[in-house]
Write a protein that binds this ligand. Sequence first.
Ligand code: NAD
Length: 332
Amino acid sequence: MSKQKRILVTGAGGFIGHHLVARLKKDGHWVRGADIKYPEYENSAADEMEILDLRKAEDCLLATRGGIDEVYNLAADMGGIGYITANHADISRNNILINAHMLEASRQNGVKRFLFSSSACVYNQSKQKDPEVKPLTEEDAFPADPEPGYGWEKLFAEELCRYYYKDYGFETRIVRFHNVYGPLGTYDGGKEKAPAAISRKVALARDNDEIEVWGDGEQTRSFMYVDDCVEGLTRIMASDCRDALNLGTDELVTINGLVDMVAGIARKRITKRHNLSGPQGVRGRNSDNTRLRKELGWEPSIMLQQGLAVTYAWINSRVRQSIRKEETVGAD
Ligand SMILES: NC(=O)c1ccc[n+]([C@@H]2O[C@H](COP(=O)([O-])OP(=O)(O)OC[C@H]3O[C@@H](n4cnc5c(N)ncnc54)[C@H](O)[C@@H]3O)[C@@H](O)[C@H]2O)c1
């Protein structure tokens, strides 16, 4: 076991933060979680789980009090492509406040290292126009033309981390996630991402049913299972790399391919109904892991088929549970 540290995870009520807390506790660390909500599906493993609004400077000072060694700053207002396309002002304002206040509070309270969770949405959109896209290297974020709202505020917060190192010597790490999925992730309500949304639709469908797919389904992405994500986070925090690093897989798949994979796992025949006016984001996006491999001697390795099988099983059991509940209520 590495030396025990005092660690703050913001966004600990959310998908990745919740998994990260569990991993850090398993590694023997003392962990404080902070979020505006508790985790939705199971209790947090954190030593302290505090409900705070990290858009407020005073709440960020509270979250970082008491000799915290490391901060994983995962708190953000975010969701899938439908949500981030429809809420530019709220997302940008909320996340700029969270990131600026969290950086400053961490510096003031003597935190030793700060990790910022950025996104592949920072990449220049003109480099993502083809489904057969060349994997994106970290340099492809410039010249800047990121996704409106969410992409711009992530790119600016990355810059802010660099300024804090340059002006104050404050140690920052920057991770650009590429589509993370797994059990305990949001799967309904409007903030879910493609693997969870498709798993839910397939779980609800009967054999030979049709499900809706946004766009023509030929847009491509790569997806990373949450265990790889958490492993990568702890490795990047421990590394000497202050430059932004991609954290994703380079297993490229079309959204149509993703639907077929989930249908295969569910053993259902599913037809796709393409909704061409649905939001679909950039045409193609993949992760180039050259820098990650060089810095860490490691990269994510869990194959999509393997991770999706576990994710589908979890979402399917949640969907079955809620159907049983509705039937019980209906029978009353
Ligand atoms: N999941 C992905 O595919 C992905 C991809 C790229 C980047 N990211 C980034 O990774 C981080 C974690 O993502 P996630 O998938 O776990 O998302 P998530 O939505 O499950 O978790 C984010 C958490 O932040 C919390 N939060 C929002 N506003 C807050 C506030 N004002 N104060 C305190 N907490 C607040 C939310 O309640 C939520 O629990 C985010 O910064 C996100 O932008 C995720």
